[in-house]
Design a protein around this ligand. Structure first.
Ligand code: SAM
Ligand code: SF4
Ligand code: SF4
Length: 356
């Protein structure tokens, strides 16, 4: 296989010319929280354990995707820190060729003890999800009393002097939207960059309602009411003023604080989307909103060579037309993508299976 570092290397492109660059790799569908926008139900159907990819298989998947141009990988879940021996997986993935960035998205509950081993294993960046600074609210939002442990996890990353810490906040009207400013101040104190995420109607968000979404425009209005002008940062711009490929648009306050907004609901970024997802059982999804994915586990376990699997992925990406969030935006009446019965029928539709 040609290595991405070769001068002759051409990344595979989809029907809209988008290269395959980013991979979100889910390492488990289990979670130790029950966030109301992701896992609101009393119980769940889990992926069969025998179908979860082994570390060897996960590292092989990354190697194959790297050979096609993927140079940024994010480990996610469910809660990725629930996967036993995660630092060992990080070590194996980081040892592969061609990766520029190996990041992790976590709810932070188990991070305090794992921060150092993960960093030593070669993880480059950590993003911690934090929706509130109030323990009582945390309990109401996640149905678990774990706020103190999340804060301890964030502190552990800071104490290591680990650069690139991000905090992700899903903004929900009437639940935590009065904390935009205090969360910004907290992130600044921690040396982290905060990213506000619009509430999305995907996966387990079965209680999603349009009126609960706080839009990017409204967030900016509220922040500038306190901080004055908010300066947009134009980075990684593409010709013609098209936004770069990072999902978050970044902004700067007059005191120099930077933050991001991921406006997938009201201003999606499908035109530049270079990411795909592999679930913990090896199903490859071309879009967060896709109804179906390609079963790579069968190929991985059925004796296919790396080149054969790479060819499957190459062909899949070349035919990609997905613009899920943009299509949702065009709908007149918008309600959750899937209902509870559909999610029970196919847990791969869940956000906690796809990795967000
Ligand atoms: N458990 C880890 C965590 O929460 O960071 C990683 C997996 S979680 C599915 C990844 C991200 O998806 C989290 O930042 C979470 O807040 C986000 N997410 C889940 N459901 C969402 C929804 N309905 N709208 C917007 N973001 C959502
Ligand atoms: Fe919350 Fe992440 Fe767990 Fe979903 S997977 S319930 S967002 S912690
Ligand atoms: Fe990419 Fe699909 Fe999300 Fe659009 S909706 S940004 S195509 S993953």
């Amino acid at each position: 296989m040609t290595a991405p570092s070769d001068a002759s290397f051409e990344p595979v492109r989809d029907t809209l010319g988008r290269p395959l660059r980013n991979l979100r790799l889910s390492v488990t569908d289990r979670c130790n929280l029950r966030c109301s926008y992701c896992m609101p139900e009393p119980d769940y159907v889990w992926l069969p354990r025998s179908e979860l990819l082994t570390f060897e298989e996960l590292a092989r998947v990354v190697r194959i995707f790297s050979s096609l141009g993927v140079d940024r990988v994010r480990l996610t879940g469910g809660e990725p820190l629930l996967r036993q021996e995660l630092p060992e997986l990080v070590r194996r993935v980081a040892a592969g060729p061609g990766l520029r960035d190996l990041a992790l998205t976590t709810n932070g509950v188990l991070l305090e003890a794992l921060a150092r081993p993960l960093r030593e294993a070669g993880l480059t960046r950590v993003t911690v999800s934090l929706d509130t600074l109030r323990p009582d609210r945390f309990q109401a939002l996640t149905r678990r009393d774990e706020h103190a442990r999340v804060l301890a996890g964030i502190a552990a990353v800071r104490e290591l002097g680990w650069p690139g810490l991000k905090l992700d906040t899903v903004v929900l009207r009437g639940r935590n939207d009065d904390e935009l400013l205090s969360l910004l101040a907290f992130a600044k104190e921690q040396g982290a960059e905060l990213r506000f995420i619009e509430y999305m109607d995907v996966g387990g968000a079965t209680r999603w309602r349009r009126e609960d979404v706080v839009s990017r425009a409204e967030m900016l209005e509220r922040i500038s009411a306190e901080h004055g002008a908010v300066e947009p940062l134009h980075e990684e711009g593409l010709p013609g003023g098209v936004r770069g490929r990072a999902p978050a648009e970044r902004f700067r306050l007059s005191d120099g604080t930077t933050f991001g907004i991921i406006a997938s609901t009201t201003a999606p970024f499908c035109r530049t989307c270079d990411r795909s997802r592999v679930t913990a059982d090896g199903t490859w999804f071309l879009c967060l909103y896709a109804r179906a994915g390609l079963n790579l586990r069968q190929a991985l376990r059925g004796g296919a060579s790396d080149e054969t699997i790479a060819q499957l992925v190459r062909l899949g990406w070349k035919g990609r037309t997905d613009r899920g969030a943009e299509q949702r935006l065009a709908l007149q009446h918008r309600e959750p993508l899937a209902d509870v019965a559909e999610l029970r029928e196919d847990p791969r539709l869940e956000m906690h299976t796809r990795g967000g």
